[in-house]
Design a protein around this ligand. Structure first.
Ligand SMILES: NC(=O)c1ccc[n+]([C@@H]2O[C@H](COP(=O)([O-])OP(=O)(O)OC[C@H]3O[C@@H](n4cnc5c(N)ncnc54)[C@H](OP(=O)(O)O)[C@@H]3O)[C@@H](O)[C@H]2O)c1
Length: 278
């Protein structure tokens, strides 16, 4: 378990040596234009140093605008984007990355992810990811929504271990086996939908734990992921919630309460389900 001194700018070291902030802002379903720009700017002003976007979110341009507007040096902010499902295949993937970089207005991203393990194409796409890494278009490459069998397949065909696997992960979807598999292969797990998209924030069991720490249910869910050494990217478009979600570095969930939270698991998926993908 992470000690109490974890901070908003604490970084984890990826397998290729690149350092990634353990905490950041998700931007899925943030509308392009002012909504994304204002949220990203508010997050950067609040000390967030990791921004997670994707080609599919349609807001890469706004992330780039907010980053510039913040005045924070480029190398101090970690930007992730993702290759969408329609762009699999070697040449298409190379082109998709160029398009994302153009939209972001950046020469490189810190992390480029395969958004989804598209059957039949994902391994060819991984070769393009390796090329992009060699060319310096990204500082690290990884995957998203990969279950153990997808990772085993990838590890068997490539010497490049994905630096990160971004999956849905919360006490309500506690993927313990996947977490252990990733740890044993030095793949950093990153939790998406850590707030269950809001669905479980009124769960009385969660509220009771939150009350004990004078924290909100959202803060408990974020802290739970942090204490598992999992990178966590809650999304909010509201400045007050952006601040609330970052106010998780002044307390520690006790080992007993961590165990209680672990037992909340009910395989709840609020996004899509990659377990059915061969
Ligand atoms: N790789 C993938 O396939 C994948 C899939 C899903 C998500 N992601 C990434 O992970 C990020 C986070 O996941 P997510 O957006 O699905 O869900 P989430 O972070 O679990 O929850 C976001 C929802 O919770 C609300 N919320 C945020 N903070 C709150 C608070 N303190 N109190 C009450 N409600 C709060 C937000 O509303 P407001 O915005 O209105 O505040 C929004 O409706 C995404 O934005 C995206 O970057 C990746």
């Amino acid at each position: 378990m992470r000690p109490k001194e974890i901070k908003i700018d604490t970084k984890v070291k990826l397998s290729n040596g690149v350092e990634m902030p353990i905490f950041g802002l998700g931007t899925f379903q943030m509308r392009s234009g002012k909504e994304t720009q204002q949220a990203v700017l508010a997050a950067l002003e609040a000390g967030y140093r990791l921004i997670d976007t994707a080609q599919m979110y349609g807001n890469e341009e706004d992330v780039g605008i907010a980053l510039k507007e913040s005045g924070i040096p480029r190398e101090e902010v970690f930007i992730t984007t993702k290759l969408w499902n329609s762009e699999h295949g070697y040449q298409k993937a190379l082109n998709a990355c160029e398009e994302s970089l153009e939209k972001l207005g950046l020469p490189y991203v810190d992390l480029y992810l395969i958004h989804w393990p598209v059957q039949g194409l994902r391994n060819e796409t991984w070769k393009a990811m390796e090329t992009l890494l060699e060319k310096g278009k990204c500082r690290a490459i990884g995957v998203s929504n990969y279950m153990i069998r997808h990772l085993e397949e990838l590890l068997a065909i490539s010497d490049t271990v994905p630096a990160v696997n971004q999956v849905e992960f919360s006490p309500y979807l506690y993927l313990k086996d996947l977490l252990e598999f990733c740890r044993s292969h030095k793949i950093q797990l990153e939790a998406y939908s850590p707030l269950t998209k809001g669905h479980k924030l009124s769960d009385p069991k969660l509220e009771a734990i939150a009350k004990g720490y004078s924290k909100t249910p959202a803060q408990i869910l974020i802290r739970w992921a942090l204490q598992k050494d999992v990178v966590v990217i809650p999304k909010s478009s509201h400045p007050e919630r952006i601040l609330e979600n970052a106010d998780v570095f002044d307390f520690t969930i006790s080992p007993d309460d961590m165990k209680l939270l672990d037992a909340f698991n009910q395989n709840l998926r609020t996004s899509w389900d990659p377990t059915t993908i061969p």
